[in-house]
Design a protein around this ligand. Structure first.
Ligand code: DSN
Length: 444
């Protein structure tokens, strides 16, 4: 039976992805092989448990599959243990808490407004509800000057370590444009005997490509999603390093127990298979080139935006991501206007808080963008210049809009902004240009 409603939506989404430029730094285009395996017969199977220790029969192929995928991950990341079953990044991170802490224990992670992740202890996340969290952030001065090449506030983290003695410390960001120096976090975690968990979801592909430092030498546990720079299906992995094994030889068992039966039921075997395909692809020499080009593209995009007067956190990018403050152009909370107008022009990115944020995550003053997806399409530095120029044009077009100070006026103002922008001739013209440009670069 053909489901026309769903099929039409699939076609519309395909068109949107082909005709627009994807700049959300956590998104990517998985290969057609990854997508094919996702819809394979593995989708039909239940496999609670682990290889050779399942609760259902008929798992001989799933066992071989899961062991193969584990071996690929261990080889690529150079770790002695991996669990490939987490459904996605948030459950993977929650499993780390379950394996290392008791409810109510103190943990520390980078605050969401400073570029961290909800699961690093935000108060709305289970991680902030069941555990006591004391979060750290970035320095507040010299963020945009480029004079400082490591923006973490280590003094703050040292103070947290000294005063609160967290049992678990997270390192890893969702909105940080510079290289993360894992060794500095390890020094602090080691000084109080805390577990250090590195969440490399954003940079995992760059780590494999050798263009970002690896945390494996420094952290006890490493988590990653598999669909960002790693370019696989939506899933996640938890790794234990040799340092982690030394601290606690039982850690792999604790992680396994935390994932299943602690948090999850049957693993998504079709996803496991697709992760295997992605890991195989990432092990090929072409992936090193891909990772290298992601960083080159970020730098090129940063150059164009800075030339156009945009303030970038870190005054550029050393990875796959750029974080821009638009306070100068659109005032506090103006990120929403940029996101909406750019979306209408076929340039998809997201509003984001900036380290010196005067507003809130719902009405932040910045935008976050990145190059993993466009690089997959084969775009290079020249194309980044084109994209940067289109972004500048759109920002210039909306320069007179300001978020109303009164909260009750905001919703109406934003929907009328949306209506005006939908009809705006210049935005339509840019969208056409973007479409013509984008169609020259096929998606897998
Ligand atoms: N949603 C992811 C991101 O965009 O960074 C984090 O989970």
């Amino acid at each position: 039976m053909k489901d026309t409603q769903i099929y039409n939506l699939v076609k519309k989404e395909e068109k949107r992805q082909k005709e627009g430029i994807e700049l959300i730094p956590s998104e990517n285009y998985a290969s057609s092989e990854v997508r094919k395996v996702l819809s394979s017969y593995f989708v039909n199977k239940y496999s609670e448990g682990y290889p050779k220790k399942r609760y259902y029969g008929g798992n001989e192929n799933v066992d071989t599959l899961e062991i193969l995928v584990q071996e690929r991950a261990k080889k690529l990341f150079k770790v002695p243990y991996v669990n490939v079953q987490p459904y996605s990044g948030s459950p993977a991170n929650l499993a780390v808490y379950l394996a290392t802490c008791k409810p109510g224990d103190t943990v520390s992670g980078q605050a969401l407004v400073a570029g961290g992740h909800l699961t690093h202890g935000h108060f709305v996340s289970a991680t902030g509800i069941f555990y006591k969290t004391v979060q750290y952030g970035l320095i507040k001065n010299d963020i945009y000057s480029g004079r400082v090449k490591d923006l973490f506030d280590y003094d703050q983290l040292k103070k947290i370590a000294r005063d609160y003695k967290p049992r678990l410390i997270w390192v890893g960001a969702t909105a940080y444009p510079l290289v993360i120096n894992f060794e500095k976090f390890a020094e602090i975690a080691d000084s109080i005997g805390a577990y250090l968990a590195a969440d490399i979801s954003h940079v995992a592909g760059l780590v494999i490509a050798g263009v970002h430092k690896s945390p494996v030498q420094y952290a006890h546990i490493v988590t990653t999603t598999t669909h960002k720079t790693l370019r696989g299906p939506r899933g996640a992995m938890i790794m234990v390093t040799n340092k982690g094994l030394k601290k606690d030889p039982e850690l792999p068992k604790k992680i396994d127990m935390a994932v299943f039966p602690g948090l999850q039921g049957g693993p998504h075997d079709n996803t496991t298979a697709a992760i295997g395909v992605a890991l195989n692809e990432a092990g090929h020499p072409g992936f090193k080139k891909y990772g290298t080009q992601i960083v080159k593209n970020s730098k090129a995009l940063a150059k164009t935006l800075i030339k156009g007067g945009i303030d970038l956190v870190g005054a550029g990018s050393e990875n796959h991501l750029l974080l821009a403050s638009l306070t100068k152009q659109l005032g506090p909370g103006g990120g929403i206007f940029a996101q909406k107008a750019l979306d209408l022009a076929g340039l998809t990115l997201n509003k984001n808080t900036v380290p010196d944020e005067p507003m809130s995550p719902f009405y932040p003053s910045g935008i976050r963008l990145g190059t993993p997806a466009s690089t997959t399409r084969g775009m290079r530095e020249k194309e980044m210049e084109f994209i940067g120029k289109q972004i500048l044009k759109v920002v210039e077009l909306i320069r007179n809009y300001r978020l109303p100070e009164k909260k009750e006026e905001r919703k109406k103002y934003i929907s009328s902004f949306q209506e005006v922008m939908e009809k705006n001739k210049d935005i339509k013209k840019i969208k056409e240009e973007v479409k013509r440009f984008a169609l020259r670069f096929p998606i897998p």
